[in-house]
Structure formats: structure tokens, C-alpha cells
Design a protein around this ligand. Sequence first.
Ligand code: ATP
Ligand code: MG
Length: 337
Amino acid sequence: MEKKKNILTGIRPTGKLHLGHYFGAIINWTKLQDKYNTYIELADVQALTDNFHNPEKVRESVREVAIDLLSSGIDPKKSTIFVQSMIPEIAELTVFYSNMVTIARLYRNPTVKVEIKQKKNLFGKEGESVTYGFLGYPVSQAADITALEGELVPVGEDQLPLIEQCREIVRKFNSIYGQTLKEPQAYLSETPRIKGLDGNEKMGKSLNNAIFLSDNREIVSKKIMGAITDTNKIRKNDPGNPDNCMVYYYHNLVNKENLKTVNKECRAGSRGCVDCKKELIESMMNFLKPIQEKRKYYEEHSEIVDEILKTGTEKARIKAKEVMNRVRKNMMIDYFD
Ligand code: ATP
Ligand code: MG
């Protein structure tokens, strides 16, 4: 039988997970875990690059994200969930790889460029808020991937430059020290980018436009009641255009059975926005129910979550140690055991 390929994917523990994570990433991972040897990294080291002043948030989010993953279909028997900072080999590799990447190359990385621009918006002048650690995160990501011998890395189009940079590092390393590291491939996922309640192109943790998987009925109701609808539909019986409506957009995610009716009635002016929102709230709660039931179970059995993280991290560490031993040997820094 052919050996299963390794998949490495990750998530930054910077808050609870939302619909964007679910439809944009987790659904895909639940399929991949059936076919591949799947590692899911809780990237706390990376989260700390721009949250170093907020260790409580990162610490708490590791547990919350783990619970969200387990509640939404990630099976710890199939996927290895591990905590990045507990694998010191990743940090070691980052140090050695950083010699193989120029600062100019990091600044040219399109993904990094975009993120630097976003930082500028948050903190004012471009450049001033860019730390050494942040600029180097593609290097640290190359260490994540290669430490676990990730062969396929599921990414969106916008993250392709990170994989390309990792491949460059691997090739350079292997050409200098001999064949040591596996060169990964990007695995382009066709998952959609989920929009926010405010119509923003991305639902984001910090954008205040997300429905979290753990939101209760009261919060969900409030958020949906405030969602953007077609601004030309003013009165209840005005015909509307579902294409300009966030409520319709989410019907399409969680109320597929009734989607055609919603569309038809909206266009015909026979469906008021308030009723349409109420129907969405019901569908959303039905969708969230099984996830939240599982969440409750894991909240009440936190020892199970701890055990899953511990076992996953131990398993990942065995792989990372193997790789690190090879690296030490080939770099001639294996002085003693
Ligand atoms: P942060 O602001 O901390 O970067 P994030 O919301 O971007 O948080 P990440 O941990 O960076 O979340 O991303 C985890 C995964 O979830 C990635 O694969 C990312 O592309 C995906 N993801 C996050 N938000 C969305 C969204 N709105 N639509 C689709 N996919 C998303
Ligand atoms: Mg992100």
C-alpha cells in the first residue's frame, strides 16, 4: 500500500473560530484527514509575533481553537493537533533557515507586503511597526512545514508566495548540506473566502463582522438583525436583489434547501427582510447546534482536550526530532548525543 502523504496546515490561536474558518478551512481539513496523514498546528509562536504583549489571549485561544476544531469535525484519531511552541525543533530550524533568506527577499514576498500594508493602517507609518520576528514569519513557517515533513500544504491563492519561499529555502539547504529536507507542494484549496456581516470581503476575528461557532442564539440574532441587506429594498414589499444582501449570502451557507424560495420571494417582493432574517437565525442555530453540543461536552471534559493536545504534540515532536537529527548531522553540528 502506498504511504499516506503528510499534510501540514495551521491556525493562529488569536481568538475563537468563526464561519469563515469553518467554510473556508475546516470543512476542507475534515475531508483531507480521511486521505492524508494530517497535522494541524496551533501556531502560537506565530500568533505571538503580533500578539506578544497579550500572552493570555494566545494561551486561552489555544484551548478554544482546539475545542472549536474538535467540535466541528476534526477527528483526533485521524488528525494530529499540536502546539507549535512545544516543538523546540521548529525554533531551531528557524534559526538555521534564517541564514538562507535575505531581508530583501522577505520584503518582496507578496503575502508579507500585503500584511505590512495592513499593519501600516493600524499603527500609522509603514515600516515602524514591522518587527524582526514578524518579517521573518515566512522562515518560521518554512520550519513548521519541513519539521513535520509536510508534503502538501493546503493554502489559498494569497498564500502561495509563502510556500514558494519555503521551497526556495529547502532547495538551498539541500544543495549546501546534501539531501536533508522534503520539498513541500502547495495544495490549492477551492474553498471560498467567506464575507463578513458588514459585506467586507473577509469575515475576520478582529474585524467585528464575524459569527463565531460558539455564539449563542441571542448574539446570533443580534448580529443577523444588524446584517447588511439590499439598500434599495426599503419597504417590506419592495422587490429586492439577493445578490446585494448579506442575509441571502448566509442563507446560501446554512439554508441551502430553501435557497431558491428565498431568492424568488425576495425578488418578487413577497418576503420582508425581517422575516427573512428570522428564518436565517433559525437555520443558523440549526447549523450551529451539533457543533455547540460537542463544544459543551469538551468544555465539561477539559482533561480530554488536554490529553489530545499533549498526545498530538508528542507525536509531532517525534517527527520533528527525526528531521532535526538529520539537519544536525548534515550541518556538522551533531557534537554529542
Ligand atoms: P488572524 O487575524 O489572527 O490572522 P484569521 O481569521 O486570518 O486570523 P488564521 O488563523 O490566519 O485566521 O487562518 C486560519 C485559516 O482560516 C486559514 O486557512 C485562513 O485562510 C482561513 N480563514 C480565516 N478567515 C477566513 C474567511 N473569512 N474565509 C475563508 N477562510 C478563512
Ligand atoms: Mg490570518
